[in-house]
Write a protein that binds this ligand. Sequence first.
Ligand code: ZN
Length: 421
Amino acid sequence: MPDSVITEQLAINKDRLSRHMKQLSEYGRLGETGVCRPTLSPVEKEAFGKVAEWMEEAGMTVRLDNFGNLIGRKDGKDPDAPVVMTGSHIDSQPAGGRFDGTVGVLSSIEAVHTMSEKGIIPDRPIEVVSFCDEEGWRFGKGLFGSRGITGNLEAGELDRKDADGITRRQALREFGCDPDKIPESRFSPESIHSFLELHIEQGPLLEKADQPAGIVTGIAGPIWLTVKVKGFAGHAGTVPMAMRQDALVGASEMIVAFHEIVKEDPEGTTVGTVGELNVSGASRNVIPEEVAFTIDLRDIDLDRRNRCEELLRESFQRIAEKYHLKVDITEDQNTKPSYCSPWIQDIIDSESQALGLNAPTMMSGAFHDALVMSSLCDYGMIFVRCREGISHNPKEYASDDDLAVGAELLYRTLLRLAGDS
Ligand SMILES: [Zn+2]
């Protein structure tokens, strides 16, 4: 714990938070430190049962909505006032860690538990949420619960299937939700005051700054594309070089061109990644006919992101012509970036200073449920330092001390958002 934040300053119960973190990591434990907790799975259901128990202990009434979100509610002095929502998710990557998402849910419960112990009834109601399917790998599309309550689902989402052919509709039903009644679980902009999420940073900046917590300024929304390059197959030994339509050669040049386009950005906040490459019918003595690869392109500045996308489309077309190939680009996901509400950033900042912290401001390159919530209400985010910036991996680690500081900052910010007159 940093010297500036002495244990006596903590209103929250650090031991209880650490204990809950440890207990939750047993649900879907993978090896020593990993977690596999797929969305809407039996193990997530068991974990939800434990989380619901903790919500009740913290003085909340608990419900599972029809999007598969687990929500605990602490009433405020004015029961009809718009709700202050806080939370994150507890589903994990197939080989994920113990901290991604869970720190936000359990810190939020700890904050409300502290309020209840102190006899604090906030002016506005507070709801702690564990969102359904943030990670998105089971049904190929994430942020389901937050997109659900904000009215951002697309047609056909309930018919998406997992690797075993189970539809999301079926999985929701088995989980205890009624997918036919999902409109009832939607929030209106009038019903929600603000949203606050605490999350591990998943990057190296806080460690570099030697600070336990940071203030998020905005979330860089990604665009996901699939690029298919089509050429003509042939025998690797018999087709002369001048006559080839090698899809892999074209795709390779496209990937390098994309890298250069993204790097050229003078502000340096654009990031681009080709994370998957697939050569159909690959064989060492066949000229590749069809290659597909993915693009993940992000920036907090939408104009700049759009400009990069335009440049890559032009460039890919030119490269395809050069090698006599066809290129086809489809958009899989397009999430707009968004800035955190300045007034909430100011609250987090003043509370962190009151705690003796020097919390740096930073952009989030990873997307979060908070980004979706921004379509409905003002929002803010707090980051907690994680070791070497590693996440989506069993090696993910954040210290109990840092989590306590983050939870304290969340608690104080929540009190300001919900009002304590
Ligand atoms: Zn997460």
